[in-house]
Design a protein around this ligand. Structure first.
Ligand code: PQS
Length: 394
């Protein structure tokens, strides 16, 4: 059977501005669709997305997780040794990184991260009105994450523009990609320098990668590129994760009341906000062989776009999926992906969100939108440029 052919372009500006409006059409068309404008397959139902992520042998990452096929085109930057790698290479580098982003490492940073969350919450609640993206979503990760990696202070604000450009590069070479590159300016050079051993501080996670190289776990060149992974994936993702968590509470005020009564739901609230609005909207895989999905044969060497965010609102999986409900039964969303590539930084993201949310919860009686949220279009991330909120102190 052939896949239904759709004229939906998941990277045009209307789609990116409101992807949720079009996810239903993608899911309803079938388990696999052919997306004419990008000449690639797509899967938007939970069960097929999860199965595709599980089957890394058929749906590989080594040919890139963007639209560009590394077997046919030169990658936009040297491929990530994690994200854009398959086993066995992937498992070696991922094992090394897992030992750095460990439970013990997180336990060690928690007190300092908590102190910074409390201080920031004090200030914002005193202000009453603030931009939950510029003054919280961006400020908090920038207060904690770059120090933990150990990058220079001078110029570190470039991390945001760099990440935005990389995430754009997973899509087509559209106007959003060009704009992102322009705005990044010399950010890629700054990041390349920051990844070098001599520019990383002692005791940081960046230096820890080089220490793994000293023990023979990887080469020095690989270490440099693995530090780049921290710097690429670690900021813009949590910026928008925290941003959407705040948007969720501002949009569903009853959930804040619920959380005030049941503060043990803090961690679940963040998971639910990721399900409700997944920062990472999509990723591609490439088929290594012909594969049948729901009666449709996808030929070998095809790009397949996995709609993580659509899967996270698939009514086949979730009851009342458009509702943000912090006490919904745990369901195993795919906002952090699934399988061998599942987010390396998920514990970091969870810790940041938990500390921010807990700090606000102690101080805030209610949250409301104080203006129109503004979106920032990105080919991979669902991103917010500005989110004016007003809080009522407890
Ligand atoms: C890298 C790893 C992960 C890397 C979008 C992108 C990523 C989540 C959402 C990402 C980007 C880069 N993660 O290893 O360089």
């Amino acid at each position: 059977m052939l896949a239904p052919r759709l004229s939906i372009d998941p990277f045009d500006e209307a789609f990116l501005a409101d992807p949720y409006a079009q996810h239903q059409a993608l899911r309803e068309a079938g388990p696999v669709v052919w997306l004419e404008p990008i000449q690639a397959y797509g899967m938007a139902r939970f069960s097929e997305v999860q199965a595709g992520l599980r089957d890394y042998g058929t749906f590989c990452s080594g040919r890139g997780v963007g639209l560009s096929d590394f077997a046919a085109e030169t990658p936009w930057r040297p491929p990530s040794l994690l994200l854009e790698a398959d086993p066995p290479l992937h498992d070696r580098t991922r094992g090394l990184m897992n030992r750095i982003v460990s439970w013990q490492a997180l336990k060690a940073i928690r007190p300092v991260w908590q102190e910074r969350a409390e201080a920031l919450a004090d200030r914002l609640v005193e202000q009453r009105r603030f931009d939950a993206v510029a003054e919280l979503g961006e400020t908090y990760p920038m207060l904690v994450f770059p120090d933990t990696i150990g990058v220079p202070v001078e110029g570190r604000e470039k991390l945001l523009a760099y990440a935005a450009a990389v995430f754009n590069a997973f899509g087509p070479r559209n106007a959003i990609f060009d704009r992102g590159n322009e705005q990044a300016g010399d950010a890629a050079e700054w990041v390349a320098k920051a990844c070098k051993r001599e520019n990383l501080s002692e005791g940081g996670w960046g230096m820890a990668v080089y220490e793994a190289a000293d023990r023979g776990e990887c080469s020095a060149d690989e270490a440099e590129r693995l530090v780049r992974s921290f710097l690429t994936a670690g900021v813009d993702t949590t910026v928008n994760g925290i941003g959407h968590m705040m948007l969720a509470f501002a949009s569903f005020p009853g959930e804040w009341q619920k959380l005030r009564e049941r503060p043990h739901l803090v961690k679940r609230a963040f998971e639910e906000s990721l399900r409700w609005d997944s920062t990472v909207q999509t990723f591609f895989r490439t088929t290594t062989m012909a594969v049948e999905v729901g009666g449709v044969t996808i030929p070998a060497g095809s790009k397949v776009l996995l709609f993580l965010a659509a899967a996270n609102r698939d009514p086949r999986k979730w009851e009342d999926p458009d509702r943000f409900a912090i006490d919904r039964p745990l369901g195993g969303h795919v906002g952090f992906g699934f399988g061998i590539h599942q987010c390396l930084g998920q514990m970091v993201a969870r810790l940041e969100a938990e500390l921010v949310l807990a700090a606000l919860l102690k101080r805030v009686k209610s949250i409301r939108l104080a203006g129109e949220p503004k979106r920032r279009l990105n080919n991979t991330l669902h991103a917010i440029a500005s989110l004016p909120v007003e809080v009522e102190p407890a």
